[in-house]
Structure formats: structure tokens, C-alpha cells
Design a protein around this ligand. Structure first.
Ligand code: DX5
Ligand code: ZN
Length: 215
């Protein structure tokens, strides 16, 4: 079953709670929350206090994508804010195992994200510890960019590693994904689709979610 995780990055930030409700009502599986610090990526979005303020408005799974340097400093804050899944970037730190273990110590899911130029091979020593891998299909930092085709190799490589160890690990893809091309990363092995522009520019979000599942 393919899951859909609409990103609030493309939503109206002045009505965030309503936008989360819109995601929930569309039948999507997760809400994708893009946290950017202006250092790991050029853009700045929001942090744990905003996520905490949204938490009472919805029971939907909060899929938190950290694009911040040295993420271990803030894991507890995002757990306390109500994150259900925390993804951090491979390129953002060196203590990967420590970060994964800390996230798991709070009883929630841990994922690592790879930028488009990072090889899936870096996952080899870590894959068995992960609940999900997030393959960036654009350079992180902004919504509305074009899907980078070569990231399909990263998806395929990651799927191969997961198959080798016979584990149940999700592959999420993020960036430049629309109704028309969602089937491409899905065919390569992805099973969680992030969509910012595709969801929030849609006039019929429920149908968009259905189509993003590759239907
Ligand atoms: C980009 C973010 C994405 C972004 C995707 O760094 O990680 O989640 O919201 O936006 P679209 O779907 O518009 O490419
Ligand atoms: Zn994201």
C-alpha cells in the first residue's frame, strides 16, 4: 500500500491548523513537516513550537523532516512537540547511530534522508536500524522544483539493500512529485510519496491523494 504525505511547505502558513485538517480530510496518511534552519539548507521555515501548536488539532501521523545541522540537539524537542516519525539528513551530522538510537529511545520511528548526490551505499552500516529512508528527489530547501531523474538509482539501490536484509523498511520520496509522475518513483521501489505543490495547488485534494498513490 502506497502512503501519501502532503507537505505543509506549500500551504498557507497563516492558517496552518486548517491546512493540516485539509490534509487529514483528504484521506492522506501523514502530514509532512519540513523543518529548515537556514544553515543546512538556505531556507528557514519553522521549528518544534509550531509543530507543538498544531498537534492538538489532528491525530494524523506527523512526519517530521529535519533539514538542520547537528540534529541530535533538537530530537527531544521534536518528540515533545508530537512527532511520530523523525527524519534527519545523512549529510547533517556524523553521529548517525547515536541520533537513530535517541529517536528510538522515545518510542517513535527514525529515518535518514539522502540528498540527490549522496550514494545509497552510505546506508549499508545503518539500514538495519532504520524504519524509513527518505530519498530526496530534488535538492532540499524549496518546494516546486523539478524531479531529478538520477535519484531513481538511489531508490533502486536502497530497495536492494532493504531486500538483502529482508526487513520491512519504507522508502519515502520527496520533491517534484505530481499525479503524472508519482508512478515513476513507485516503480523504482518507493512506497511513501511526499507532495507539497501537487497537493496544495489541487482543486480536489482527495482525488490528488488517490492519484499520487499511483492509481
Ligand atoms: C523540500 C522539502 C519538500 C517540499 C516538496 O526541501 O523537503 O518536502 O515540500 O515540495 P514539492 O512537492 O512542491 O516539490
Ligand atoms: Zn520534505
Amino acid at each position: 500500500m502506497i502512503k501519501v504525505s502532503p507537505s505543509v511547505l506549500a500551504s498557507d502558513f497563516s492558517h496552518l491548523a486548517d491546512e493540516v485538517k485539509k490534509i487529514e480530510n483528504s484521506g492522506a496518511d501523514y502530514v509532512h513537516l519540513d523543518v529548515m534552519d537556514g544553515v543546512f539548507v538556505p531556507n528557514i521555515t519553522f521549528g518544534a513550537p509550531v509543530i507543538k501548536a498544531l498537534r492538538p488539532h489532528s491525530k494524523i501521523t506527523f512526519d517530521v523532516h529535519l533539514m538542520i545541522v547537528d540534529p541530535i540537539r533538537y530530537i527531544k524537542d521534536f518528540v515533545d512537540a508530537g512527532a511520530d516519525i523523525i527524519t534527519f539528513h545523512y549529510e547533517s551530522c556524523e553521529n548517525h547511530e547515536e541520533v537513530i538510537d535517541l529517536i528510538h529511545s522515545y518510542g517513535i520511528k527514525a529515518a535518514i534522508s539522502l540528498k540527490p548526490n549522496t550514494s545509497y551505499e552510505v546506508l549499508k552500516p545503518l539500514i538495519h536500524k532504520l524504519d524509513m529512508v527518505l530519498v530526496m528527489t530534488v535538492e532540499p530547501g524549496y518546494g516546486g522544483q523539478k524531479f531529478i531523474e538520477k535519484t531513481l538509482d538511489t531508490i533502486r539501490g536502497t530497495a536492494g539493500l532493504i531486500k538483502e536484509i529482508g526487513a520491512d523498511i519504507d522508502i519515502e520520496v520527496d520533491g517534484g512529485i505530481y499525479e503524472e509522475n508519482a508512478c515513476v518513483p513507485i516503480s523504482a521501489g518507493a512506497n511513501v510519496i511526499v507532495a507539497g505543490s501537487a497537493f496544495f495547488k489541487s482543486f480536489d485534494p482527495a482525488t490528488t491523494v488517490h492519484k499520487l498513490r499511483g492509481n
